[in-house]
Ligand binder design. Sequence first.
Ligand code: BGC
Length: 367
Amino acid sequence: MVNSLGASVAGAVEARRGEFGTLADGRKVESAELANAKGMSVRILALGGVIQELKAPDRNGKPADVVLGYATAQQYLDQPQYFGATVGRYANRIAVGKFSLDGKQYQLETNDGPNHLHGGKQGFDKVLWKIESVSAGSPAKAVLTYTSADGEGGYPGRLQVTATYTLNDKNELSIEYRATTDKPTIVNITNHSYFNLAGEATPTDVFGHRLTLFASKYTPVNATLIPTGERRAVARTAFDFTKPHAIGERVRDGRDEQLRIARGYDHNYIVDGEAGQLRPAARVEEPTSGRVLELLQSAPGVQFYSGNFLDATSTGKSKRVYRQGDGFCLEPQVFPDSPNRSDFPSARLNPGQTYVNTMVLRFSAAP
Ligand code: BGC
């Protein structure tokens, strides 16, 4: 069998290093590509550890790119939407950018109204990572690293981060973030892929995708999308995806204040089961192609975002203008604003400890 990198393979998954492009300031952006013989492949950029392309087969075995993204590297800096990006040091929001550790207060940049979002203006999505290794095999693997200096973005501690992407021949892409620090700090790193399982090039939104979330509670938010502290049961609300529902079925339900605040879904779900253990968080099925994405994760929460702020200002890889609801994100993470909430799972990392966030994206097709 011949995979999409054009190489003959027997079980093993191919891997290749390449050059994706050049930034306006002349810096080169390397890439890593992994491809199996089952129609699945992924391209990862050194810029932001971005998943720039992810192909998965439909029910007839036909692969399509199922993530939103840009054709050129510079667009990721010019029009940041966090497409496919590694988000950190702290993914999601921290209220008014403030938190304290051991009695000392820290002020982070405020880049989302009054709040800090996704690590600030120069977060992990906008820096060049080092591609340490790209190796074929079963699974194939790409390892990227980034060292964030003490004080970068206002965060304490020198943080050494490793992002490992592996693709096996069962159509599972796993992503594992690890980090260590030399001073107590906070960490919350995730991947911010926007999926459209019908294919990025198809001119349809994701409202027909059927979503299951293995979460019986979520964390409602205030007007600036900071959790109020409540853990609310999803039962009998528009937030209940414990049984499959189309994403669009209730997204316009203006009777639900939470949907009005966020202009749709943009909420942290508390994944059932034990945090720290890899367990099912979500299943998404796209009826026309049959493509199914299952997400397994170790993190306590998952942000489900229905692409509410895509506003036709970005044009994607296939020259398609992205509009509201054209992609959805599932971002495994600790809860938003947890540094300010002692009752939420902690985002604290001490020297000598290793932060680990593991997620598995498993693709298949329903008949
Ligand atoms: C957030 C959204 C935000 C988006 C930016 C998501 O993780 O929850 O509120 O607009 O990232 O791309």
